[in-house]
Ligand binder design. Structure first.
Ligand code: SF4
Length: 211
């Protein structure tokens, strides 16, 4: 059964973020995989900018497969870690063509066999492409969960994910995940969160500490 606190959190998010959704642009399944992988340690906005160029210049898996590493690296440089990420782009494309009939698999372990795709990235892909209820814990979700006492400050990302899965009904996972990310990006920011008017103040450990 869901606790009163979790119910209030969901109600508040539904009130302020009724339409939260993924902010990465993509039109093909593999484009999302590449976009999520590229989004590590950068913003979705920057990923969208480089993807626009990458996916219009190379508009199929085959074209990406024959693209040179140098050119891919040049295009994706603004997202950082471009050497590694270029290797992952090439690896993902090759593996999708050779092992998955050019289709992104739904199975989590198969997804995680793709270069640069870990637990969180696989969960995001499963949510976006297959509407499978998952809670990918990124830096925003980890921070907010700890501030609101949904997890301990010492919990690992996987422990946070486990706790959220237990506390919230599965039917809320997808929307809740998008709402938490938006809340973390635009209101409950890492530095200088906008606490004024936040209806979760009574549950917030961070607010208690700084006020
Ligand atoms: S009170 Fe501030 S820090 Fe706490 S959840 Fe609300 S916005 Fe985030």
């Amino acid at each position: 059964m869901i606790s009163k606190k979790c119910e209030e959190i969901l109600e508040y998010f539904n009130e302020i973020l009724p339409n939260a959704k993924c902010e990465l642009n993509y039109s093909k399944d593999y484009e999302l995989v590449i976009a999520v992988m590229l989004s590590a340690q950068t913003t979705d906005k920057r990923v969208n900018e480089v993807d626009k160029e990458l996916f219009s210049k190379y508009d199929s898996l085959e074209k990406l497969n024959s693209a040179s590493e140098e050119d891919i690296e040049k295009i994706i440089r603004p997202v950082g870690l471009s050497k590694n990420k270029t290797r992952h782009v090439k690896g993902i494309v090759k593996s999708l063509i050779e092992n998955f009939d050019s289709k992104v698999p739904e199975d989590k372990e198969l997804l995680m066999s793709l270069p640069g795709v870990g637990n969180k990235t696989a969960n995001v892909i499963r949510i976006e492409l297959f509407k499978i209820p998952e809670i990918p814990v990124d830096t925003h979700i980890e921070r907010i969960s700890k501030r609101l006492g949904l997890a301990l400050s010492t919990d690992s990302v996987l422990e946070v994910e486990k706790k959220l899965r237990k506390k919230f009904p599965e039917s809320t996972y997808i929307k809740f995940h998008h709402q938490m990310i938006h809340f973390g990006r635009y209101k409950c920011k890492a530095l200088h969160p906008e606490c004024e008017g936040c209806k979760l103040i009574k549950y917030c450990k961070y607010y208690k500490k700084v006020s």
